[in-house]
Design a protein around this ligand. Sequence first.
Ligand code: FAD
Length: 291
Amino acid sequence: MKPAPFDYIAPESLDEALAVLAQYGDEAKVIAGGQTLGPMLNMRVVTPTLLVDINRIEALQAQRRSDAGLALGALTRQGSLEDDGDLQRHQPLVAAAIPHIAHRAVRNRGTIGGSLSHADPAAEWGALVQALDATLVIARQGAAPRTLPASEFFQGLLTTALQPEELLLEVRLPAWPEGAGWSFREFSRRHGDFALAGVACRLVVDGASRCLDVRLGLIGGDDRPLRATSAEAVLRGEPASEALFREAAARAAAETEPMNDLHASADYRRHLVGVLVFDALMEAQGRCAPR
Ligand code: FAD
């Protein structure tokens, strides 16, 4: 199929883009990498009056690394992170997750802002920002940018806190905690497919192997990216052990409300979450440098 007719504009600056979005509201649609929006336009799932191409806006491409962490402009391509030789040292969980996103050709165009704004519960970035305690920066015309924790950004299936006149500007990943272990696990039918379920795990233990801090972001656990908070609560302050990890994994599975669809039943996804969380905790513990 071909898209319904639309007008096209490619603003050179953020101010220009925000002014256009303020004027057109939900009649406009932002296009970044086009890897998701392209097919949606072709299938006429969306029929905007105006397509706002943000690819010329340099401010959305900036990346800043500081003691506070890593700030990634919304137009950061997934593939450019894959090519960043320092990423493994500064953000090992992101480095572990990126190769699971689609295929290299898609990652060359697909942006982190597009992935987060689309809010597919099967997308790797949703689980990452939950596990990394990321902050999302959002702009609209005539107001100072607002910031939201990842936990407040996702509001339902393919639904976020973004308003039609707003742009996602930046994703801020806090500095990697010293000595933290990590694991990224997912299950998909074929490499490059969207995952049926998955987990992004960050774990900090002390010298007595007690879990000081743990964060578990889940893929496929609900209609939106989910944080397994009750599993985290089981772990926090307790000595790490296989038995404890099994209990936490069971808790994580129990707190999911997965979707039933043609790819997998809710029960199967729930089972996968339990298996993957256990494996992830074991792997993350092995990578911890105790404090
Ligand atoms: P676009 O397609 O340009 O836009 C997506 C949506 O986000 C649109 O609604 C658009 O209006 C909005 N948007 C984009 N940028 C902004 C912004 N800055 N502010 C506000 N709104 C914005 N993804 C995965 O996570 N895992 C996978 O395994 C996976 N497999 C894929 C396989 C294939 C074959 C394909 C084609 C895609 C796959 N994807 C997968 C999706 C891919 O990662 C996309 O790149 C991503 O979902 C969207 O990024 P984009 O830059 O292409 O966004």
